[in-house]
Design a protein around this ligand. Sequence first.
Ligand SMILES: Nc1ncnc2c1ncn2[C@@H]1O[C@H](COP(=O)(O)OP(=O)(O)OP(=O)(O)O)[C@@H](O)[C@H]1O
Ligand SMILES: C[C@H](N)[C@H](N)CCCCCC(=O)O
Ligand SMILES: [Mg+2]
Length: 198
Amino acid sequence: MIVVTGTDTGVGKTVASAALAWRLGASYWKPIQAGFDDGSDTATVAQLSGAQVFPEAYRLNTPCSPHRAAEIDGIVIDPASLNPPAGRVVIEGAGGALVPVTRELLYADLFARWQLPTVIVARTALGTINHSLLTIEALRARQVPIAGFLFVGEEVLDSQATICVIGQVRSLGRLPVLDPLTPQSLQGAAAALDLDGL
Ligand SMILES: Nc1ncnc2c1ncn2[C@@H]1O[C@H](COP(=O)(O)OP(=O)(O)OP(=O)(O)O)[C@@H](O)[C@H]1O
Ligand SMILES: C[C@H](N)[C@H](N)CCCCCC(=O)O
Ligand SMILES: [Mg+2]
């Protein structure tokens, strides 16, 4: 069972989750989906990985932070209902680690409650060192176990190494920008990840 968070929205958590689910033979669960402009993350993971997927606990219409999307839909998110399914599961958050689930609870607080190994997905592009080290501090401040970093983008060796050395985290490897992004191309890239012990 692992949690996938990221340094921002749009960094590649869903694609990374598909790679992880395929490599680990795991199922996938996205507790809260906010917005369906590009389909759902759950459908994307099913298509890219062939993994078994669990239904979302909440499906919200507006592509924004879940706390606000729920308010717009007139839905109350009950954090007590957000419990990981049993078995080997990859669980994806929404946006970055400090995105609010409700006005009282951040994703990082939920991850702290779960105490599951948490993978941070980060861009390799300029700006990632700051976002990555901030994310590490936020998770460590809440005693969330960090399993490692999964980088997305073209190789930027110094940034990747700097994050791992200053942040004292393990690199699980990198997914390049895949064009086309298909189950085959993703599985090829996923095969190179270092997931020992996950
Ligand atoms: N390795 C990759 N190769 C090619 N395209 C990618 C890769 N990773 C992500 N993308 C593309 O970048 C966009 C954002 O990726 P993704 O949906 O995985 O982000 P996310 O972090 O899950 O965002 P959200 O916070 O909305 O859940 C998508 O269009 C996706 O197809
Ligand atoms: C809509 C988007 N694709 C994600 N589902 C949610 C991202 C929330 C980000 C909130 C924020 O950090 O401002
Ligand atoms: Mg996603």
